[in-house]
Design a protein around this ligand. Structure first.
Ligand SMILES: *[C@@H]1O[C@H](CO)[C@@H](O)[C@H](O)[C@H]1NC(C)=O
Length: 525
C-alpha cells in the first residue's frame, strides 16, 4: 500500500512537471524568439523628417573610374549637394541616437536574424553557411538560372530565395523545383514593417533578405550574378574568418559628400594617408606630407572611407559578428533614397545600396575586406562599333587575389547588360547581318571554359520548349520553366519564335564554334 501511494504521488508529480514543461515550452520559447520589428522599430524611432535630399543636387558628381586620371577634391565634393543646416542637424542627431541605441543594453538582438541565443532556432542558425537571392516574378527566373549554374560549379551550399510578397509566391517553383537544388523560398508574408508600417522596395530588399536568411554566414548574390566557379571555399577561408565581411570593389571612384562624415561624427583632418592612382602615375610620386585638400583626392585623407566604391552584387557576412554593421546598414538603406544614397554617392555612378555596407562597418570601426583586385569588364570586340563592348563585370576570387593579384580567377560574372530576360538578351546575341556574337569573349581564358556557351545552355534549356541537350533527343516537358514559373510561361508566348530563330541556333553555333569542348563539365576551381 505504501509503495502504491508513493507511486501515485510520483505519477502526479511527473504529470505536473510534464505539464509545466509543456506550458513553458508553449509560452516562454515563442517569446524568446524575436520579431523582426525589433530591427525596424529603432530605425523608425530615428527617421528623419526634414525634406528629402533626393535629386536636389546642384550638380551630379562626375563619374570617374578608379584608374582614370582624376582626383575628387574636397571643394568639389562639397559643392554637388547642398544639405540645409537644419537637415544636417536632424540627420546628425538621429544618427547619433541610433548608434547610441546600437551599443546600449536596449539593443538585445544576438545577431542580424530573428533568432535568439539559447533557442532551437539559434542552434539551427549558428555556424550554418548559405546563400540568399532575391526572387519574385521575373527575378525568380534569373535567380533560378544562377542557382542552376551554382550547382553546375559543384557548390553544395544551401540556398534561400527571398520572395518579397505572398503574391509573388510560385508554389511549384518553391515547393517542387527549388528543393531539387537544395534551395527553398523565404516568403515575406507581411511586407509592412514595425510600428510605422514601413514598406520597403528595391535595394532595401537586400537588407530584408539578409535579415531573414537562416544562416549565420550568409552570402548574398544578386539574381543577375552567376558563379563561374564553386564559391564554397570562401565560407571556410581564413580571409573570411578574420574579417567577417567580404566585399568587392566597383569600378567607380568615391564621390561621398564631406557632409556625410560630419553627420556620422567622423572628423576628417587634413592629413593625407594614401596615394591616389593619379599620384602613383606621377614621377616622382608626391610625398603624403605635401597633400592638402586643394591638391589631393578627399578620400585619401585620414578617417575617410578609402577608394574605390563597392559593387554589392555579392557579399559574404557573418551575421553574428557584424550584427551592428548590418543594423546600421539597415538604417542607411531605410533612409537611403531620401538621404544616405545622395550623401554617399551624390548622383554619381551606381547610386544605391552599394556603399552602405562598408560605410556602416567604417563608421562602427568593424573589420571588412575589400577584394584586392579590381573587377574587370567582361565583353568582346564589337565589329560594328570597332570598339570593346562591356557586357558584364568579373568579380574575382579574393583569396587568390591576395596571393597573386595578377592571376586571380574571375569567380562570378555580374550579367548586368544584358540580364538574362529574353527581351534584353535577344538583341545582344548577333550583329544585324545575322553573324553570331560571343559576348564574354575576353574572360574565357581566365575562367577555363566558354561562359557564353554555359550561360546560353542554362537559359535555352529552361526557356525554350524545343531545347535539346547536345547530341541528345530530349523531351521539353522535363525542363521548360514555363511549367513552374508564370513569368516564363507568359514571356514564352512572345518569344517562342525567338527561340526557334535565335536562341536555339545561337546555342548550336556556340557549341560548334567553342574552343572549350568541356564547357559543360567545368566549374570547380
Ligand atoms: C561568426 O561570428 C561568431 C560570433 O563572433 C563566431 O562564433 C563564429 O565563429 C563566426 N564564424 C566564422 C565562420 O568566422
Amino acid at each position: 500500500m505504501r509503495w502504491g501511494n508513493s507511486f501515485k504521488k510520483l505519477a502526479i508529480l511527473a504529470a505536473v512537471v510534464v505539464f509545466a514543461l509543456y506550458h513553458w515550452s508553449r509560452t516562454i520559447l515563442p517569446l524568446s524568439s524575436i520579431s523582426i520589428n525589433q530591427f525596424f522599430d529603432p530605425v523608425i524611432d530615428n527617421l528623419v523628417h526634414a525634406p528629402s535630399l533626393k535629386d536636389t543636387y546642384i550638380i551630379k558628381a562626375k563619374q570617374f573610374g578608379i584608374n582614370d586620371d582624376h582626383d575628387f577634391l574636397r571643394l568639389y565634393l562639397s559643392s554637388c549637394l547642398l544639405v540645409p543646416d537644419s537637415t544636417k542637424e536632424e540627420l546628425t542627431l538621429k544618427h547619433k541616437n541610433y548608434v547610441k541605441y546600437l551599443f546600449s543594453s536596449e539593443n538585445t538582438v544576438d545577431a542580424y536574424a530573428p533568432v535568439r541565443k539559447g533557442t532551437k532556432a539559434w542552434n539551427d542558425y549558428k555556424g550554418k553557411n548559405g546563400i540568399v537571392y532575391i526572387g519574385g516574378g521575373k527575378y525568380s527566373w534569373i535567380s533560378f538560372l544562377s542557382i542552376v549554374q551554382l550547382r553546375k560549379t559543384g557548390s553544395k551550399t544551401p540556398v534561400e530565395v527571398f520572395i518579397p510578397s505572398i503574391e509573388e509566391y510560385d508554389q511549384k517553383f518553391c515547393e517542387e523545383i527549388l528543393p531539387q537544388y537544395n534551395a527553398r523560398c523565404l516568403v515575406f508574408k507581411d511586407p509592412f514593417l514595425g510600428k510605422r508600417r514601413l514598406q520597403l522596395t528595391g535595394y532595401q530588399y537586400k537588407m530584408l533578405a539578409l535579415l531573414m536568411s537562416s544562416y549565420e554566414n550568409t552570402m548574398y548574390v544578386d539574381s543577375d550574378v552567376n558563379p563561374l566557379h564553386n564559391p564554397d571555399f570562401l565560407f571556410t577561408s581564413e580571409l573570411y574568418r578574420k574579417n567577417g565581411l567580404l566585399l568587392w570593389p566597383d569600378h567607380w571612384a568615391r564621390t561621398t559628400s564631406p557632409d556625410f562624415y560630419d553627420i556620422v561624427g567622423i572628423d576628417v583632418r587634413e592629413k593625407k594617408v594614401r596615394h591616389s592612382n593619379k599620384d602613383l602615375k606621377k614621377d616622382p610620386v608626391p610625398p603624403l606630407s605635401e597633400g592638402t585638400f586643394q591638391n589631393s583626392d578627399f578620400h585619401d585623407f585620414e578617417n575617410t572611407i578609402p577608394n574605390p566604391t563597392v559593387e554589392a552584387g555579392v557579399l559574404l557576412v557573418n551575421k553574428s559578428t557584424h550584427v551592428r554593421t548590418l543594423q546600421l546598414a539597415l538604417y542607411y538603406n531605410v533612409l537611403g533614397p531620401d538621404f544616405y544614397y545622395p550623401l554617399l554617392t551624390q548622383g554619381g555612378a551606381g547610386e544605391g545600396d552599394k556603399d552602405t555596407f562598408n560605410a556602416a562597418a567604417h563608421v562602427l570601426d568593424e573589420p571588412y575586406h575589400l577584394c584586392a583586385k579590381q573587377f574587370r569588364w567582361i565583353g568582346y570586340h564589337n565589329k560594328d562599333k570597332d570598339a570593346f563592348d562591356a557586357k558584364g563585370l568579373g568579380i574575382h576570387d579574393p583569396v587568390g587575389a591576395l596571393a597573386d593579384e595578377e592571376n586571380a580567377k574571375v569567380l562570378f560574372i555580374h550579367c548586368s547588360y544584358p540580364k538574362y530576360f529574353p527581351g534584353t538578351v535577344a538583341p545582344e546575341l548577333a550583329y544585324s547581318t545575322g553573324e553570331h556574337i560571343r559576348m564574354y569573349d575576353n574572360v574565357n581564358e581566365n575562367v577555363g571554359y566558354d561562359v557564353d556557351l554555359r550561360l546560353m545552355e542554362n537559359f535555352a534549356k529552361y526557356f525554350c520548349k524545343n531545347y535539346k541537350a547536345a547530341g541528345v533527343q530530349s523531351k521539353y516537358e522535363e525542363t521548360w520553366a514555363g511549367t513552374f514559373l508564370p513569368y516564363v510561361k507568359e514571356e514564352y508566348t512572345q518569344f517562342e519564335a525567338t527561340c526557334e530563330e535565335l536562341f536555339l541556333p545561337h546555342l548550336e553555333w556556340l557549341r560548334k564554334e567553342t574552343k572549350y569542348r568541356n564547357t559543360n563539365k567545368h566549374g570547380s576551381l
